[in-house]
Design a protein around this ligand. Structure first.
Ligand SMILES: Cc1ncc(COP(=O)(O)O)c(C=O)c1O
Length: 398
């Protein structure tokens, strides 16, 4: 079967729900690089949208998947498997003492958080969740109801009830919104899809105190910003503000689908036997892959590289802004979660960047988003930035 025919099949038989589909068919990946079926190489600064944080086809993760695939792929949660408890212990050992539920995606992890909050509040008549404007939490009905950008909810009415939106980074708005029925406040410590917008440290400090005072749960969605992306294993560690519960997915399996949410130990009994489940949640294969991911993060000093390269990126981007101030309006960098705020719609640049060998993303309306693998080198950053610079220069002159 040749690739042109496969592209035809894609267009004819795959449901066309992805607005940003490029038409590029990728067939191979290694580290920060991917190749299309014609053999053209690209520098991948999308990492599968913060999924392949260790780079494509990391050898230790590949080995773990291969070995486990030939031993035991799946058993239901009626039985225990060796890797699920090991992975739970590794997640807890990274600094959050609690208990873990395993699912398969970010949306499923956030559904779990929402169910957890409702269950916790059920005997106190607390059910409402305060979420943030400009947030993104997933595509299922409950996570859409928590997503503070109406374009994602359009056409799927009625919204699931029980959600209230407030502006991000506005503590007074939350003070006004919290009422006797509020069970939880839910937010991304760094808004990803919304445009790489970090929470202010002072805001999170006040929010933590407010939630404690009002007996309201504080829940962080770390699906995009977690698992090392900001230079800390959990994004909240960069703030020193611990939530009551948090979700993760994307980079946990470095591409193998797995999601999870964790609640503090004191809430371990809230979701009691029979209240939550998932057929594929925590299979031996997914958990073996994720164990290899966490080991590699530590053994290969990935967090350190993320911080070092994040600083380098910040310095280089400030220089870029100095040269192209009319186009580059602001730079937002947290570890290797990077937003370049432009004077124009960032999606305009993506095809040209791709043509020049760089895969990048947009976010919000006018943010060019870079999410390179956390293994990225200075040389690869230089290459990517020179492609961005050339592309901007050509846009300005055309
Ligand atoms: C912050 C955040 N939460 C949830 C999700 C949904 O994750 P998934 O696509 O795995 O369901 C995403 C996906 O981009 C995300 O960025």
């Amino acid at each position: 079967m040749n690739h042109e025919e496969l592209i035809g099949f894609h267009n004819q038989y795959v449901m066309q729900t992805y607005a940003g589909t490029t038409g590029l068919m990728l067939v191979k990946g290694e580290g920060s690089h991917v190749w299309d079926y014609k053999g053209k190489e690209y520098l991948d600064f999308t990492a599968g949208i913060s999924v392949c944080n260790l780079g494509h086809c990391h050898p230790e993760v590949t080995k773990a998947i291969n070995e486990q695939a030939s031993r035991l792929v799946h058993v239901s949660n009626i039985f225990m498997n060796e890797y699920q408890p090991l992975l739970a212990k590794k997640l807890i050992s990274n600094g959050f003492d609690g208990v873990v539920f395993f699912g398969n995606s970010g949306a499923e992890a956030n559904e779990g958080l929402i169910k957890f909050a409702r269950k916790w509040g059920s005997d106190k008549d607390k059910y409402e969740i305060i979420a943030m404007e400009n947030s993104f939490h997933g595509r299922t009905l409950a996570t859409l109801a928590a997503t503070g950008r109406s374009k994602y909810r359009k056409g799927f009415h009625p919204d699931m009830p029980g959600f209230k939106f407030v502006p991000f980074n506005d503590i007074d708005a939350i003070k006004n919104a919290i009422g006797p029925n509020t069970a939880a406040v839910m937010l991304e410590p760094i808004q990803g899809e919304g445009g790489i917008i970090p929470a202010d440290p002072a805001y999170l400090t006040e929010l933590r105190a407010l939630c404690d005072e009002k007996n309201v749960l504080l829940m962080f969605d770390e699906v995009q910003c977690g698992i090392g992306r900001t230079g800390y294993f959990y994004a909240w560690q960069g703030y020193g503000i611990e939530p009551d519960a948090l979700s993760m997915a994307k980079a946990l399996g470095n591409g193998f689908p797995i999601g999870a949410f964790v609640v503090k130990r004191k809430y371990a009994e809230v979701l009691a036997p029979g209240t939550h489940g998932s057929t594929f949640g925590g299979t031996p294969l997914a958990c073996a892959a994720a164990c290899a991911v966490i080991d590699a993060i530590h053994n290969e000093k990935i967090l350190e590289n993320c911080q070092t390269q994040g600083h380098y990126m910040k310095k280089k981007l400030a220089e870029l802004q100095g040269r192209f101030g009319s186009v580059v309006k602001d730079i937002r960098v947290r570890g290797l979660m990077i937003g370049i705020v432009l004077d124009r719609n960032a999606s305009e640049l993506l095809p040209d960047l791709m043509e020049n060998g760089l895969l990048a993303l947009s976010a919000g309306e006018n943010v060019l988003r870079l999410l390179p693998p956390l293994t990225v080198t200075e040389k690869e950053i230089d290459q990517a930035l020179s492609i961005i610079e050339e592309t901007i220069a050509r846009k300005i002159s055309s």
